[in-house]
Design a binder for this molecule. Structure first.
Ligand SMILES: Cc1ncc(COP(=O)(O)O)c(C=O)c1O
Length: 128
């Protein structure tokens, strides 16, 4: 994710940030751990929930393991744990890396229903 663009969105009052693993808008390019750490830190500082579109989390973890300096000795399950630890929640289309034929997941650390998730942060007036 572009960090300058994220900074602008946070300054404008965006209410939730979602990072897609891998980055479909960029042709399926992987997201680095360094970028995830930076996005997570900015969202936490701004008090904005940070979610992962984690449909391809295993593929992304493999890219980090095989390409990003400093992670080749980290086992893939540990890499996945570190990725999810950075986020407040995630969505998963389970038929991708999740090894299911159909279905999906919405997971959140702070909310127990999609209704309460929607009221997590009050949208700025121009988005109401
Ligand atoms: C990262 C990611 N998220 C979400 C989706 C959408 O999944 P679905 O087709 O189950 O809606 C895709 C589809 O390829 C994807 O790659």
């Amino acid at each position: 994710m572009s960090l300058p663009a994220l900074d602008r969105a946070l300054a404008e009052g965006v209410t939730l940030v979602m990072l897609t693993l891998t980055n479909n808008a960029a042709g399926g390019q992987p997201v680095s751990m360094a970028n995830m750490i930076a996005v997570s830190a900015r969202c936490r500082a701004a008090g904005v929930p940070f979610f992962l579109d984690a449909a391809r989390f295993a593929q992304n973890a493999w890219f980090i393991h095989s390409r990003e300096p400093g992670y080749s000795d980290v086992p893939l399950p540990e890499l996945a744990r570190r990725m999810f630890d950075l986020a407040d929640g995630c969505t998963i289309s389970a038929k991708k890396d999740g090894s299911a034929h159909i279905g999906g997941v919405l997971a959140s650390r702070r909310a127990t229903s999609s209704a309460s998730l929607c009221s997590w942060r009050t949208p700025p007036p121009r988005l109401r």
